[in-house]
Design a protein around this ligand. Sequence first.
Ligand code: SAM
Length: 367
Amino acid sequence: MTIDLQTENDHGHAATELDLDRVVAFAGQIAQNHAIASNGVLTYLGDRLGLWRTLASVGPVTSAELAEHAGLAERYVREWVSAQAAAGYVTYDAATQRFTLPAEHAAVLADDDSPAALVGAFEITAAVWASVDRLAHAYTTGEGVGWHEHDDRLFSGVERFFRPLYAGSLVDAWIPAVDGLTARLTAGARVLDVGCGLGSATLLMAEAFPASTFLGVDNHGESVRRATAAAQRAGAADRVAFTEAAADEYDGGPYDVICMFDALHDMGDPLGALRHARAALSDDGILLVVEPAAADRLEDNLHPLGLSWYAASATMCVPGSLSQAGGAGLGAQAGAARLLELFALEGFGTARVAATTQFNLVIEARR
Ligand SMILES: C[S@@+](CC[C@H](N)C(=O)[O-])C[C@H]1O[C@@H](n2cnc3c(N)ncnc32)[C@H](O)[C@@H]1O
């Protein structure tokens, strides 16, 4: 069905012929998306309050039993767990009035050490919502929003979101994809991780390659402090250190291997960062840059993963980059061609995509 709307829109163009079926279909899509977004708050609360972990450990439970195990108020838990049944995150047995978190769902929602862990992403979203007024101001003025200006949950959420990805891919897939890198790290290399965040990638490499030494640098002091504490907890502080420094100002070197994990596009001056890295590499050094997977053309990134990365880019990566000197605003969906162009501009002899996975581009470059 169509209806004629002979009105003028704000730009003075006649708006005609609304296809009502399409309106209804789109309203249904938005309503569904809104339901999922609303449950994002509950998914985060379930993580924060231990409900997912409790469900995973106790098996089928009534809402009263779940509340008791979790030490929470039953009336809230009843509503929460009913929402999760409606979402299909838990199953509900009407005969016993018990809710169950399937083991496969627990692997995603209840266990940070699972390779499928994703619940940390909701902590990131909580942090982004906390920054929403700051972001609205930035969108109006064009100013940036620095990494350090965000809610604390951003740092822990990012670490929790990326660590399972790194645990599953870094040592077993990404490093072997780079010519000679496994051998270098096994033999013992000086490794620098630029934009190291809370140091999860640094520490995973340190664990896998005990003959190598590692330095992580990040311009966010709180992340460096937490990374340092993590190295101490891991008993690796004798060969893993973290220090506060920007990507274009750290000292030392030459380094045999320099890495940047999901950090280059966050920088205000990615070219300056590559220039500094090239100067800090040994003659036969290797630069490993991991970036979010993206096709080169916007029209080829229009799918759920592209949405996820663009949304992250619009709320964290671009604002962060615009807050720094240079303000490049490369964005999380730059794509391989644009990224390789940056390496060429900085005079790297070789730069190539060593691996493309569902979520990431792995780039290796040499002086
Ligand atoms: C998305 S986080 C990734 C952190 C870490 N590499 C990981 O994968 O878990 C990006 C990191 O880059 C850091 N960063 C951004 N711009 C930087 C710069 N110019 N110099 C050093 N670090 C920077 C941020 O502080 C943040 O810790």
